[in-house]
Design a protein around this ligand. Sequence first.
Ligand code: DX5
Ligand code: ZN
Length: 228
Amino acid sequence: MQKQKKIAPSLLAADFANLERDIKMVEQAGAHLLHYDVMDGHFVPNISIGIPVLKAVKRVATTPVDVHLMIENPGQYVDAFTNAGADYLTVHMEAAPHLHRVIQHIKSNGIKAGVALNPHTPLNTIEEILPELDLILLMSVNPGFGGQSFIANTLDKLKRLNYMLAERGLEHIEVEVDGGVKYGNISEVAAAGADILVSGSGIFKADDPVQMVKDMQIKLENITAYVY
Ligand code: DX5
Ligand code: ZN
C-alpha cells in the first residue's frame, strides 16, 4: 500500500526570533506537517521548547503540528500538549514504562498517537502495541540535537518495520524518520518505507528553504514503490 509521503520541517532549525515568518515560509512551500521537538535536559542532554511556544505556533500554523516529546514521564504532559494544540503526539518507548496507558490517553484526547524509537532500540519492543498506534517514529540520529549525520542502519530498520506492518495488515500506520534527512538522501529514506520525512537543517539551513521544500517534494513524488 502506498501512503502519501509527507515533508515535516523541524522547527528546531528555524529562526526562533522569526518563527511565524519561518512557519509561513515552509507552509507556503508545501510542507505537510510542522515537526516540533520538545527536549527536557533529562531524557536527552539538550533543552528546547515546550508548551507556551507550541500555543504560539498554533496561532499561526495552518498545517498540523507533529509534536515529538523527548522527555521523561511523557504521560504526565499528555493533556498539556493536547490542550496546547498538538495534532500528533509522539512519546519515546524508552521513556514510558507504561506505554500502553500513555498511548490510550493520547488517543482518548482525540489526537494521533505515536511512539518513537532510539537508534539502538529494537523494533520488537513495540510489537505488542502496534495495533494501537497511528504513527511510529524511527530516530535516525541519537535524539537531542539537530544537524547530525543520518545513521545508515535506519534504512534496514525501516524495511523491517514496513514488513512487520504489512504482515499484520497495519499498513495504515504512518512511519516517520527523524534526523539527518536531507535532499541527498530523502529518496533513499522514502523508498525504504518512510512516509513522513522530518528535516530540520536540511531545509532551514538551505540557501533557499522554499525551493528546498519544493525540490524534496518532487523527489517524493517520484518514489513509486517500497524496495523491501
Ligand atoms: C533530534 C530531533 C530532530 C531534529 C532533526 O533530536 O528530534 O527532529 O530537529 O534535525 P536535522 O534534520 O537537522 O537532523
Ligand atoms: Zn524530532
